[in-house]
Design a protein around this ligand. Structure first.
Ligand SMILES: N[C@@H](CCC(=O)N[C@@H](CS)C(=O)NCC(=O)O)C(=O)O
Length: 228
């Protein structure tokens, strides 16, 4: 069984390909997976859950957060930005989805941090709702997070070009934004009525038909376990 092999420390040490840890319902794990597929870099995946597999994830990342990527050398990388930085370096400057230098690098990175910032706020809203009874949810905190998400989406909608976020160049901005939107639709759907953000909606549809996105779609079992 693949899942058992991937839990075996001996197998992990001797693995010949990279191993991505985490479920695709996380926008951070998914953007790493889409990037790996885009670069045609072979990898295996261990879809550990930060909830139901707490101890196993903690053995890989003390913070119990995903994604983590175990390299062929056995080295473990955590945090999607640090992982993608490494993948860009492996892909080389000609193929890298984040330009190596100059104004476009700054623009791509700024769009990416807005997208990942929105995802962080969406995770915060989701956890606030998930871990509290309705009467105990902090309405002030929820309202603050939702307003931050809305402002971030408005900024991205304003800056969004076509067919890619930056005209004719597919970049890490497109991947991070599309993964962020996919996660919003799943977890906080009320913040993304498609007609409110037509350019982002079109970008998301454009991305989601591509092979690298289809290969990294969350399967129905990649969901947070229900509360007892
Ligand atoms: N900055 C991190 C964020 C990762 C993150 O927040 N991952 C979530 C899953 S969507 C997680 O593991 N949460 C568990 C926790 O923080 O307890 C990254 O880009 O990788």
């Amino acid at each position: 069984m693949v899942a058992r092999r991937l839990d075996d420390p001996v197998y992990l040490r001797n693995s010949v390909s990279m191993i991505l840890i985490g479920q695709y319902d996380s926008p951070f794990v998914r953007r790493v997976a889409v990037t790996l597929h885009h670069y045609h870099m072979p990898f295996e995946r261990n879809a550990l859950s930060v909830f139901s597999n707490f101890k196993k994830v903690q053995a890989i990342n003390p913070l119990v957060r995903v994604p983590a990527l175990i390299l062929e050398t056995g080295e473990t990388l955590v945090d999607s930005s640090a992982i993608i930085d490494c993948l860009d370096e492996m892909a080389g400057p000609a193929r890298a989805l984040t330009p190596a230098h100059g104004p476009l690098r700054r623009k791509v990175l700024q769009a990416v941090v807005t997208a990942t910032g929105i995802s962080e706020k969406a995770v915060a809203v989701f956890f606030e709702r998930y871990f509290h009874e309705t009467k105990s949810i902090s309405k002030d905190w929820e309202k603050r997070c939702l307003s931050q998400i809305n402002a971030g989406l408005e900024k991205l909608e304003h800056d969004c070009s076509t067919p890619w976020f930056f005209n004719n160049h597919m970049s890490q901005a497109d991947i991070s934004i599309a993964c962020m939107i996919g996660h919003l639709k799943q977890r906080v759907p009320e913040v993304f009525p498609p007609n409110k953000y037509p350019k982002l909606h079109a970008l998301s549809l454009h991305c989601e038909t591509r092979d690298e996105f289809v290969k990294a779609r969350p399967s129905p079992d990649e969901v947070i376990p229900l509360r007892a």
